[in-house]
Design a protein around this ligand. Structure first.
Ligand code: PEP
Ligand code: MN
Length: 243
């Protein structure tokens, strides 16, 4: 049985130096993939929108320096045409889960797609969206928290998605506790709960200087925390799979 995959990195690529510096530390810790956004779908148009093409260039340099495969969000058909061959896993953000033209385009490439669940999408809508990507071949689903009436946290992490997806589909499912919680103190407990529930991987926002992060700084965990999660998640997964 394969062990749980850890995808970690900053919400946004901020500079060449920042992404390479963080990637080297994550490599040392033993994460499996590096994440980092170049095209950022920000709720507020005045917020930092990402470095765009330059960001992808820096992310690919970080890959070259560390050997870590990379996961990054693409938001348009044009971006998919330009970068599908260069990145290892294409992330489709929550806001684009219903963008069927974009999903159809992704199906033309032989690349894994991490399809995030829409902000308030049902399981059925999410699974149907996956089918737009070449019938669902090469799709990995990602639960990232759904809207609720309670704004004490950013969203609510729906861990029931794990057994539901396992029972009803053949997709792998990855959990993003960062965008669900919107804070740092829930990331480790929610990550371990997700592993206990049988997820295939975790995608977590990390920064070595969280207070300086240009995007989602309130949920960025530090290097010590990602180290602890990586060690515990992999060991928990091994223990559970031994039974
Ligand atoms: C992200 O991963 O940085 C992101 C914007 O995620 P989501 O689409 O889940 O909001
Ligand atoms: Mn983010």
């Amino acid at each position: 049985m394969k062990n749980v995959k850890i995808i970690a990195g900053p919400c946004a690529i901020e500079s060449e130096e920042q992404i390479i510096r963080i990637a080297k530390q994550l490599k040392e810790i033993g994460v499996d993939y590096l994440r980092g956004g170049a095209f950022k779908p920000r709720t507020n148009p005045e917020s930092f929108q990402g470095l765009g093409d330059k960001g992808i260039e820096y992310l690919l340099k970080a890959k070259e320096e560390t050997g870590l495969p990379v996961v990054t969000e693409l938001m348009s058909i044009e971006q998919v045409r330009k970068y599908a061959d260069k990145i290892d896993i294409i992330q489709i953000g929550s806001r684009n889960m219903y963008n069927y033209e974009l999903l159809k385009e992704l199906g033309k490439y032989d690349k894994p797609v991490l399809l995030k669940r829409g902000l308030s999408a049902t399981y059925k809508e999410w699974i149907s969206a996956a089918k737009y990507i070449n019938g669902g071949k090469n799709v990995i689903l990602c639960e990232r928290g759904i809207r609720s009436f309670d704004n004490s946290t950013r969203n609510v992490l729906d861990l029931q998605a794990i057994p539901y997806i396992k029972k009803n589909t053949n997709y792998d499912i990855i959990i993003d506790p960062s965008h669900a919680a919107g804070n740092t103190y829930m990331i480790e407990p929610m990550s371990l709960a997700a592993v206990a529930a049988g997820c295939d991987g975790l995608i977590i926002e990390v920064h070595d200087r969280p207070e300086e992060a240009l995007c989602d700084k309130e949920q960025a965990i530090d290097m010590e925390c990602i180290k602890s999660i990586t060690t515990k998640a992999k060991s928990l997964c091994k223990t559970l799979n031994k039974k």
